[in-house]
Design a protein around this ligand. Structure first.
Ligand code: PGA
Length: 252
């Protein structure tokens, strides 16, 4: 089955509205003719509205970086899925390792967040990944299985293939230490196997991104691997030229 490649930039906690407008006016002309690939930017809450407006009619989708599982309620400081879709946001990244490690995001919360996002009409990138210590201890597969099975556990059967899964080895995030093609392919194939254990047809359709020190120079090699269908890009997505070069490399 052919899966449309999907490259997403994760800005993390970078860019004011002014910075974001500068970025998008630089990016849009560079990606206007790119076909055969989906492109998204995952931006801070404060720039969502401006980026939705500035990308309207373009091929760039706008994603949030987190949300609460409930539609509304007494949850000070939180934002819900219906609030994001009300802004015409396209999707949301859930379970990034920084949220899991620094902000106590749990598999139990993610089990509720993923279906809540889909229900509100949002697309989802669900992140998973192991630390270096877990990899060295031979615990990578156990961790990936637990994270993927939990995140997908309450997704309705017909919607599984709508979730994009990002495999991001934590030791490769922001370190410049990219996984080797063999490591990346092995882990992404394992993740697809976990999805196959839930629904074999969905596993064929589900897109799996690699993330962790993706750069214009290593994108083509990673995306050519059989089980890698895209990239989740942090640092290299902050500059329009570098992000556009990754998009371009991802479609070839
Ligand atoms: P990086 O971040 O590309 O800067 O390594 C990836 C991510 O955290 O999604």
């Amino acid at each position: 089955m052919s899966r449309t490649p999907f490259v997403a930039g994760n800005w993390k906690m970078f860019k004011t509205v002014g910075d974001a407008e500068m970025f998008i006016s630089g990016l849009l002309p560079l990606v206007s003719s790119t076909e055969g690939i989906e492109v998204a930017i995952c931006v801070p809450f404060t720039t969502l509205g401006a980026m939705v407006d500035s990308t309207r009619g373009s091929r760039v989708q706008v994603f949030a970086q987190n949300m609460h599982q409930e539609a509304e309620g007494a949850f000070t400081g939180e934002v819900s899925a219906p609030m994001l879709s009300d802004l015409d946001v396209h999707g949301v990244v859930l379970g990034h390792s920084e949220r899991r490690e620094l902000f106590g995001e749990t598999d139990a919360a993610l089990a509720e967040k993923v279906p809540a996002a889909l229900e509100a009409g949002l697309r989802v990138i669900l992140c998973c990944g192991e630390t270096e210590a877990e990899r060295d201890a031979g615990e990578m597969e156990t961790k990936l299985r637990r994270q993927v099975e939990a995140g997908l556990s309450q997704v309705p059967a017909g919607r599984l293939a709508d979730v994009v899964i990002a495999y991001e080895p934590i030791w490769a995030i922001g370190t410049g230490k990219v996984a080797t093609p063999e490591q990346a392919q092995e882990a992404c194939a394992f993740v697809r196997g976990v999805v196959a254990g839930i629904d074999p047809a969905a596993a064929e359709a589900v897109r799996i991104q690699y993330g962790g020190s993706v750069k214009p120079e290593n994108t083509a090699e990673l995306l050519a691997l059989p089980d890698i269908d895209g990239a989740l890009v942090g640092g290299a997505s902050l500059d329009p030229a570098s992000f556009a070069a990754i998009v371009e490399a991802g479609r070839s």
